[in-house]
Design a protein around this ligand. Sequence first.
Ligand SMILES: Nc1ncnc2c1ncn2[C@@H]1O[C@H](COP(=O)(O)OP(=O)(O)OP(=O)(O)O)[C@@H](O)[C@H]1O
Ligand SMILES: [Mg+2]
Length: 343
Amino acid sequence: MHTTSAPPHADDAARSSVGGVTTTGLGKRFGELWALRDLNLAVPQGTVLGLLGHNGAGKTTAIRILTTLSQPTEGTGTVAGFDVVRDAAAVREHIGVASQQATVDGLMSAQLNLTTIGRLHGLSKSAATRRADDLLVQLDLTDFATALVRTYSGGMRRRLDLAASLMGTPEVLFLDEPTTGLDPLSRTHLWDMLSELVRGGTTVILTTQYLEEADRMADDIVVLDHGRTVAHGTPQDLKSRIGDDRLDVKVASADDVARAANVVAPFADRAPALDPERHVITVPIKPGVRVVQVVRALDDAGIDAIDVTRREVTLDDVFVTLTGAKPVDDADEAGRQGQERKS
Ligand SMILES: Nc1ncnc2c1ncn2[C@@H]1O[C@H](COP(=O)(O)OP(=O)(O)OP(=O)(O)O)[C@@H](O)[C@H]1O
Ligand SMILES: [Mg+2]
């Protein structure tokens, strides 16, 4: 965990812009592979940037560079006004990080983990204890405060990681998939907590596989695909950029998916996206088309459509349209390890 409090600092004079995050042409190459390429960000203080992308897109690489755990091979970046390469030590003093892997010590209690981190940030013993107790309450861990962390469930550990990243009251908080493995209640709770922090001026960079989370939390979203930025804008921008309402057609048999796609194609202003596993075809519907016309056409073709629904565009559609790959949603999470799904 790399967190520190943000006392007024002697090298504050070296800061270019306080509180936010900027990058220019930031990139990282591993041999032939571009893990991250030409990332350009200007994240104002007190806002949330969501980094989206499927497995291997470059999200963690971006976080690792911005948190000084890894050096860029191209470009530059600043965090809280400090250069991530030249002023790495200063960057570390102004940030909190909850990385994708758990970083707390399993052989200590939650309370001891947090107070130790607080002491490392220069808090007095009583201040560290107070801060740890507050965070244990906020993250609903008080009942387990004195239990050894190795006895924690995955979700509890994740929450403790977050508490640890907040011990130093960071100016910029980096969260790499903060809610993966959290139950829905803990997730909502965490969103509320983050919103509160952001209202207080904290800048948050978060990666997520949950589009609902990005939609709800992020002021600005960057969608990465094979290291490149394929979209950048507010959730609303991204949704309006990919156009009209969507029509979801669910058919009874997997054999009918391709045929149904042909039937709905004339009503769509773009090629349909197929989900053969769920027997669902999704198309952007042309203005003026009525659902009943589509139902009739399917019926005329002898296709058994179980459900035909018109709905507004979601970030999920943005993702499918831009990357050709479907992100993981809650129901799929169990099957997610290392697998990239194409729709
Ligand atoms: N140390 C390394 N050496 C070589 N390749 C690496 C290294 N770290 C990451 N990569 C590669 O860089 C690419 C981006 O990886 P990264 O971890 O940033 O993806 P991610 O978007 O965080 O994915 P996930 O959703 O699975 O966490 C991947 O192809 C990965 O294999
Ligand atoms: Mg990652």
